[in-house]
Design a protein around this ligand. Structure first.
Ligand SMILES: C[S@@+](CC[C@H](N)C(=O)[O-])C[C@H]1O[C@@H](n2cnc3c(N)ncnc32)[C@H](O)[C@@H]1O
Length: 218
């Protein structure tokens, strides 16, 4: 889609019901300023029938925290589906997150706010033991792996389901980074991979994985 105003270009994400999320991306900025494919796959997965029981979405009135939210598309989808969402990222992404929250306010049926959360730093003012933690394309550089895992440990309680979507990359250091992350993750968490036939029919790919992750009961 063409840029609406200078510095931003728009990504429209169609919803099953026909409405669309309108996500602003920055033409200049760091990796968080654009919508990554893993975010689209995760956002569309949240709309699939497996999340509904008796017409009610599993996110209705649930607490959800998104890590490394970037543009906020995944958290926005969760809030449109009825969740009370806190999208988190570094300080420099807060303006973009707030712009996208305000652009899509009319569709939100739960609630949504943006907060600063740097992985590995003490978690403040966030729901402890949220029902869901969402993460899209957050496994991509070595120095962040241990801090990210510390944040996941600090936030997640026994009932929390972490839904993690990542793109498997074969270039450079990426395979090593992914292997290391899963090696560390398995100490404290159980991992369940969602097969492609339970994902959105259109927004899925062999190299993009969706995982449900829960704390092990030691
Ligand atoms: C590849 S982008 C993915 C953005 C978004 N989830 C998506 O898939 O479109 C990774 C995100 O993680 C955030 N991030 C990276 N390091 C972080 C850290 N140490 N603490 C918090 N967020 C971080 C970045 O700012 C960025 O928004």
């Amino acid at each position: 889609m063409a840029a609406a105003d200078s510095g931003y270009f728009l990504r429209a994400v169609e919803r099953r019901g026909g409405s669309e999320l309108r996500i602003k991306q920055c033409s200049a900025g760091d990796v968080g300023c654009v919508v990554w494919d893993a975010a689209l796959v995760l956002a569309k997965y949240l709309e699939t029938s497996g999340f509904y029981r008796d017409g009610l979405h599993a996110f209705t009135a649930r607490n959800v925290v998104e890590l490394g939210a970037g543009t906020g598309v995944v958290g926005l989808m969760a809030s449109v589906l009825g969740a009370h969402v806190t999208v988190t990222d570094l300080e420099e992404l807060q303006d973009l997150l707030n712009i996208n929250i305000s652009e899509n306010k009319r569709l939100v049926t739960g609630s949504i706010q943006a907060k600063v959360l740097k992985w590995g730093e003490t978690v403040k003012d966030l729901p402890h033991d949220p029902d869901y933690i969402l993460m899209a394309d957050c496994i991509y550089y070595e120095q962040s792996l241990e801090p990210l895992l510390r944040t996941m440990m600090e936030l997640a309680g026994n009932k929390t389901c972490i839904i993690c979507c990542y793109e498997e990359r074969t270039m450079g250091n990426n395979p090593k980074i992914e292997n290391r992350f899963f090696e560390l993750l398995q100490t404290d968490f159980e991992i369940d991979e969602i097969p492609l036939d339970r994902q959105d029919e259109e927004y899925k790919s062999e190299d993009i994985h969706i995982l449900h992750i829960k704390r092990k009961r030691h």
